[in-house]
Design a protein around this ligand. Structure first.
Ligand SMILES: [Zn+2]
Ligand SMILES: [Zn+2]
Length: 264
């Protein structure tokens, strides 16, 4: 059995494939569990295209995941969601999450003060004039998000490096604060392989040093692909597992029953 993959986007948000196609691939790969995590987009986050679904679209997503679970009984299929945290939409997010029986919720910051720093068309935008400020706001918002009690796992912890922008040492204190807040709230983090094999960042989220500090802070991990198409499922999991071991981890969190299981 291979590690579960809990960070998977389907055509119900900005992924390309149907839930059933992922489930079929997960069976081929021998994954122990498969969790879907399409984007939940707060209403105030106006966005072109199909980045995420508002709460009004969740019924169809939830039904499709349930149908997939029923069609692939040999595979443990989990109903997850990746929710954008925005301070101004905190109540809306918490209410939307409470309205469905999600098995887990990934916590993400993709937008800081209206700047969608993850978006390709923003990779050279004016919002990067103060790189540290993007990082500071990202960590400040993550710290706020840990206080809501609405999340289980912090996704792609150091995502602002996506296009190659690195923080100065001035952000280090806030990075530590974020780790402490995550640990205090009992949240896990993920090793997200998209930074390593699909983004210009060229390394996993989080970076090796940050991952080691997370381990010392007592934070548990999951390993995820952030798949947006079937071919991404469980991508670079062997490399992610090796990274986890180098950081001192010997186990990862299984979200179906919240138990620690030994890394393969
Ligand atoms: Zn994300
Ligand atoms: Zn994602």
């Amino acid at each position: 059995m291979r590690l579960p993959d809990y960070h998977v986007h389907t055509c119900f948000s900005d992924g390309h494939d149907e839930p059933r196609a992922y489930a079929a691939r997960a069976m081929q790969l021998g994954l122990s569990e498969l969790g879907f995590s399409d984007h939940l987009r707060p209403r105030c986050l106006r966005h072109d295209g199909s980045y995420g679904t508002e709460q009004s679209g969740l019924d169809d997503y939830v039904a499709a995941v349930r149908e997939t679970a029923a069609a692939f009984l040999e595979l443990r299929v989990l109903l997850g969601i990746e929710a954008d945290y925005l301070p101004e939409a905190a109540d809306e997010i918490v209410a939307a999450l409470a309205a469905y029986p999600f098995d887990y919720v990934l916590c993400s910051v993709h937008f800081v003060d209206g700047f969608g720093f993850i978006e390709r068309h923003n990779r050279k935008a004016a919002g990067w004039r103060d790189v540290d400020q993007v990082w500071r706001r990202d960590y400040e918002m993550l710290i706020e998000a840990t206080q809501t009690g609405a999340f289980d796992v912090v996704a792609h912890l150091d995502l602002p490096k996506k296009w190659g922008y690195r923080p100065t040492a001035n952000v280090g204190g806030l990075e530590n604060d974020a780790l402490q807040a995550i640990a205090a709230a009992g949240l896990a983090i993920e090793i997200n392989t998209s930074g390593y094999d699909r983004h210009p960042a060229g390394e996993m989220y989080p970076a090796p040093g940050l991952l080691e500090r997370a381990r010392r802070a007592g934070i548990q991990i999951i390993v995820s692909s952030d798949a947006h198409r079937v071919a991404d499922l469980a991508s670079s999991f062997a490399e992610a597992t090796a990274l986890a071991r180098r950081a001192g981890y010997e186990s990862s969190l299984r979200l179906s029953d919240r138990r620690l299981v030994a890394l393969p």
